[in-house]
Write a protein that binds this ligand. Sequence first.
Ligand code: ATP
Ligand code: MG
Length: 444
Amino acid sequence: MGKNNQNIVKPLAICTTKLYKYPPHIVKVDKMAVLAIDFGTSNSSVATLVDGEVRRIHIEANSETLPTSVFFDFDDNIMLFGTMANQSLLNGAHGRYMRSLKSVLGTSLMAEKRMIIGKKYDFYDIISSFLTQLKHRAEQSQGVIFDSVMSGRPVNFHSDDEAKNQRAEQDLRECYLRAGFKTINFMFEPEAAAFACAKNTDRKSLGLIVDIGGGTSDYCLFESGNNDTGKINILASHGVRLGGTNFDKILNLEYFMPFLGMHGQLQKIMSEGIVAAPQSIFHDLATWEKISFCYTPELKNTVRELERQAFEPLLFKRLANLIEHRNGHELAFLAEKTKISANELGEEVAKIDLGLIETGLYVGVTGDDLQRIMADACTTLKTSVLATLSQAGCQPNQVDEVIYVGGSSQMRLVQNQMRQLFPQAKFKLSSVFTAVVDGLALGS
Ligand SMILES: Nc1ncnc2c1ncn2[C@@H]1O[C@H](COP(=O)(O)OP(=O)(O)OP(=O)(O)O)[C@@H](O)[C@H]1O
Ligand SMILES: [Mg+2]
């Protein structure tokens, strides 16, 4: 596979801005230049303000966004980012793939060191390498060194845990520092989207940003219009740790994991009787940021033991095989693809090829199934939207417009829920993948 130099960084050079090779003739240090970064769970984007106008920066060839993913290529001893990382995984290259890096912020996993290509890395190293890439590519593209960043952050990285939330922002700040930024500011992602989407109309109106991304759902209630300054008035912001990666996980657990033994029964070892298979393996294997930790010798031994005890050993044999071939991420990608295609369906059945688990194995998923298995998630969305309104002392019938942001706002179950909550409101789909970075640049 051909490798574009822009996508490659030698692991030895990561996290060290000193090793950059800027073409000196085109680069100037502009103390005023601020780079806006939407570091997303699934996709990231960057922009800057030029003469008062937002300029989105093409962060990959012909694209204003790049997947937030990293691949350590063991054969070439290099680290790849974005689409190149995804392609390497899907092409079966020999290495370690990681996605959903943002979900690790604020957790104890951040500081755990892992050996990768003979060196120890923790998530500070990996996330700051990714951010270094964004900075480097933006600088190459604009001919400016960006010392300052205006970064988005979810209102809540973690639901109902303020200590973890604060820790997550500190972790992200640390990663930006390591990536070479000297001034680091944060803005709530849905507030940034509100700045980007609000229109100054003749009369005052209430808008609600519904930003459902890969990792979190974020809301911002704002007032706009009939205002000489053109500014908006933020009335409330709120969010929960629930997004498209959770939808992928729910689907994966419901439709794929049972073929790998999730509901399997085991013969007790020391006594008579039957016991259910442990669930944590399946949950980890269906959680994007944990998949790469499922390929340990210990887990392989556990699965072999489960196979010995199982009433249906075939299920665990498949599991052992999937782990042996390190196909957990491919299965998660299949869950994501299935979610997006079933989202377009009603009663019709999408026939999903589970060849990754066993050749000739298929499962049927309908759009209606999707609504059913995501019912609890929908209730969480509803509760958090109502909490946003109640922060501002507002009723649903006062909201004039609901603006969708984030890839997962395209889910029918999200839009059905919002239509139920706001039967009188107008609905608008923003530029779902770039509204946040536009607003960050405007607010920088
Ligand atoms: N057409 C679609 N229908 C449903 N879901 C989609 C569609 N396209 C993308 N998604 C989902 O959108 C999510 C990514 O959205 P987005 O890029 O806005 O998230 P993010 O900004 O990276 O995450 P976050 O803001 O939560 O950190 C993924 O879970 C993806 O599966
Ligand atoms: Mg987002």
